[in-house]
Design a protein around this ligand. Structure first.
Ligand SMILES: Nc1ncnc2c1ncn2[C@@H]1O[C@H](COP(=O)(O)OP(=O)(O)OP(=O)(O)O)[C@@H](O)[C@H]1O
Ligand SMILES: [Mg+2]
Length: 237
């Protein structure tokens, strides 16, 4: 496929014939069985499907975190897995934000340091990164929690720190894997509003994995994954 075709029609990311086989002991487990998926710029996409369907595996592959056994992922015209690991890590850090079901904050660092981390890795103006991280923590309602470590934050607060960290480098796309899975309804609503606002105001593209049908219904563009294949959805190629 030519690069111009991939960037046409507002497409930000494209996965082509993605297969992922895990080797466990003597067995080969085919978790993704040839996925074609198109993610459009500025849109919100939800991925739903039963437990074990391969949702997290797909998200990791689309987000540059896990190399597919076969197939390609194009982000902004570039085939992600054709880059050497270091370059891939750089692209990921700059263009992609991740919000995991479990926050994966670094336990020994404060909220502010966790949010700053991607900008430190990126090597952009340290002072600017610091100011932006502070601004973002204020924005997610944690102005009085800068110096708390993850163990000193509630679940909802940790997830808000994770959101701030995901957006600190101004990514073009955010992948969120069950971002509200561990939150009560108040914190879930707050987090979802934050994600919606990022999409509406900043135009950040969102790909959200969720079990929650309400969320999927609200966000639209539903992609259903079952047993490693896409069953249906408005946004299938
Ligand atoms: N590193 C791995 N090695 C072996 N098998 C794995 C690995 N990661 C995932 N799997 C298997 O692949 C399948 C899909 O896993 P995945 O985490 O993508 O599912 P999921 O759709 O996200 O499920 P859930 O809704 O429960 O989070 C599961 O059966 C899982 O056991
Ligand atoms: Mg999962």
């Amino acid at each position: 496929m030519k690069e111009e075709e991939i960037s046409a029609n507002g497409v930000l990311l494209k996965g082509i014939n993605i297969r992922r086989v895990f080797k466990t002991g003597k067995e080969n487990l085919e978790v993704l069985k040839g996925i074609d998926i198109t993610i459009k710029k500025g849109m919100i996409h939800t991925i739903v499907g039963p437990s074990g369907a391969g949702k997290s595996t797909l998200l990791h592959i689309l987000g540059g975190l896990d190399r597919p056994t076969e197939g390609k992922v194009f982000l902004d015209n570039s085939s992600l897995y054709d880059f050497p690991d270091r370059e891939l890590a750089r692209i990921r850090n700059k263009k992609i934000g991740f919000i995991f079901q479990f926050h994966y904050l670094l336990p020994e660092f404060t909220a502010l340091e966790n949010v700053r981390m991607p900008s430190i890795i990126d090597g952009t103006n340290a002072r600017k990164g610091y100011e932006i991280a502070k601004e973002l923590l204020v924005k997610v309602g944690l102005s009085d929690r800068f110096n708390h470590k993850p163990s000193e934050l509630s679940g909802g607060e940790k997830q808000r720190v994770a959101v701030a960290r995901a957006i600190v480098n101004n990514p073009s796309i955010i992948f969120a894997d069950e971002p509200t899975g561990n939150l009560d309804s108040k914190n879930s609503d707050m987090l979802l509003s934050m994600l919606l606002e990022l999409n509406r105001k900043e135009g950040i593209t969102l790909v959200v994995v969720t079990h929650n049908v309400d969320i999927a219904g609200k966000f639209g563009n539903i992609i259903t994954l079952d047993d490693g294949r896409i069953l249906g959805g408005e946004n299938v190629m």
